[in-house]
Design a binder for this molecule. Structure first.
Ligand SMILES: Nc1nc2c(c(=O)[nH]1)N[C@H]1C(S)=C(S)[C@@H](COP(=O)(O)O)O[C@H]1N2
Ligand SMILES: [Mo]
Length: 414
């Protein structure tokens, strides 16, 4: 095993950083002359008109989601967020991941209604317009599909694909809407009320049973995402949003909340989103998304052009609360160095971490390990595998290892 802890603390970086930066060719070119540069063309003529709704630069047109399309066997589509490009805890809405079991439903906000019924004193119904008159609250939270990183759990050999495909079913947004608690209180809960069945208005009528307690705690009927109304793919005009919980429970195009005394054992929670444990027993209602992190740069799909200075970038998150610590290793997990946590550090939110790093050009194994405020530690791949039955794929949150060879090629290893 190579022993190369090339990580630089903040003070080391201040001392040596300048040397590393001027070693790059762009900075050298700039030192060639001390005269002011010539005016470029874009300073000689006025620019173009602005657009009514802005778009990214055409030079960034390769920063897109990768789409796994519908096929003859399944209507499921997934779109994967390019986590290696954006920097920050909010994913641009156009790059938010998508998971659609029956396509993106086209819902007319004028006719769409949310029904609250079952074990309530009175049934209620709301249009999005009605809901917008209620007090609105929410926060910045991640949303992660229970099937994110599934190739890591499912296959015996580490699959070679870009990080975007391995881990891109997670995104972060500011979600604003009506606390579900307010609506349930208005409907009046019956004495035996314990669960709520949430159903979407798409062709598969995706439905999940949610413990009443979560809905009374921090659940919202989300109407806004990153300051604008939800996009159709995110559940326009309204979705359930359950911070920190398995993405599948945040039911899109929400049309019904039925208050009951027991779960419904819907298709989504019996067939798709329940896990078989190592001893063969089934773990149902595994709602929380475990503590997790991934180094987004350098990562598979990229390459290191040369030895020298790099900034390691990554994201960490936990369904149990705030991230309290992220550690990184470049020697396969022998030595761990604390990464810089870049604020804000919010509960059940993506959290950015960085660390300056000097690569000496030798093969390395880069990893990150997150710890949350409840003391949960991101498991190793081996520990994760030993918990689940062979071939399990959901709730994969183990430590990701990137192998960087002497040529700077990056691959996925266990
Ligand atoms: N009605 C409905 N709600 C749904 C889905 C769906 O297909 N239909 N997909 C679920 C799954 S599997 C996930 S991971 C999240 C994804 O939300 P997003 O597409 O906004 O990222 O929505 C959930 N809610
Ligand atoms: Mo999902």
């Amino acid at each position: 095993m190579t022993m190369t802890t090339g990580f630089l603390g903040r003070r080391d970086f201040l001392k040596t950083g300048a040397t590393f930066l001027t070693a790059s060719s762009a900075a050298l070119a700039a030192t060639g002359s001390s005269a002011a540069p010539e005016f470029p063309d874009n300073m000689l003529y006025p620019g173009v008109e602005d657009e009514a709704y802005g778009s990214p630069s055409p030079y960034e047109s390769d920063v897109v989601r990768k789409i796994f399309p519908q096929n003859e066997k399944s209507t499921l589509t997934a779109s994967f967020t390019p986590l290696h490009v954006p920097k920050g805890i909010i994913t641009p809405s156009g790059l938010h991941f998508g998971a659609h079991h029956s396509g993106v439903a086209e819902v007319d906000p004028e006719t769409h209604e949310l029904f609250i019924h079952g074990m309530t004193d009175r049934p209620l119904k709301f249009t999005a317009r009605d809901l917008m008159r209620y007090p609105l609250s929410g926060g910045i939270n991640f949303l992660e599909c229970g099937g994110n990183s599934a190739p890591q759990g499912y296959h015996r050999e580490a699959q070679q694909m870009p990080m975007q495909y391995l881990h891109g079913l997670v995104s972060g947004s500011e979600w604003i809407g009506v606390p579900v608690r307010l609506l349930l209180q208005e409907a009046g809960l019956g004495p035996r009320a314990k669960w709520v069945i949430a159903e979407g208005a798409d062709a598969g009528s995706l439905a999940r049973s949610i413990p009443l307690q979560k809905l009374m705690d921090d659940a919202i009927i989300a109407l806004y995402q990153n300051g604008e109304r939800l996009r159709p793919a995110q559940g326009y005009p309204m979705r359930l949003f359950l911070p920190g919980w398995e993405g599948n429970t945040s039911v899109k195009w929400l049309r019904r909340l039925e208050v009951t005394d027991r779960p419904a054992y819907t298709r989504e929670e019996s067939r798709h989103y329940s896990e078989t444990l190592a001893d063969g027993s089934i773990e149902g209602f595994s709602m929380y998304m475990g503590v997790k992190s991934v180094i987004t740069h350098p990562s598979a799909g990229q390459a290191l052009p040369d030895k020298g200075y790099y900034q390691v970038h990554g994201l960490a998150w936990s369904g149990f609360g705030k991230i309290s610590k992220v550690e990184v290793s470049d020697d396969g997990g022998e030595n761990w160095v604390p990464a810089n946590i870049e604020g804000p550090v919010l509960s059940k939110s993506l959290t950015r971490f960085t660390l300056p790093w000097h690569w000496d050009g030798k093969p390395v194994r880069l990893k990150s390990r997150a710890i949350d405020e409840q003391g949960n530690v991101q498991p190793t791949h081996e520990a994760w595998k030993s918990r689940y039955f062979e071939g399990s794929r959901n709730h994969y949150n183990a430590i990701q290892t990137w192998f960087i060879d002497a040529q700077g090629a990056i691959s996925n290893v266990f």
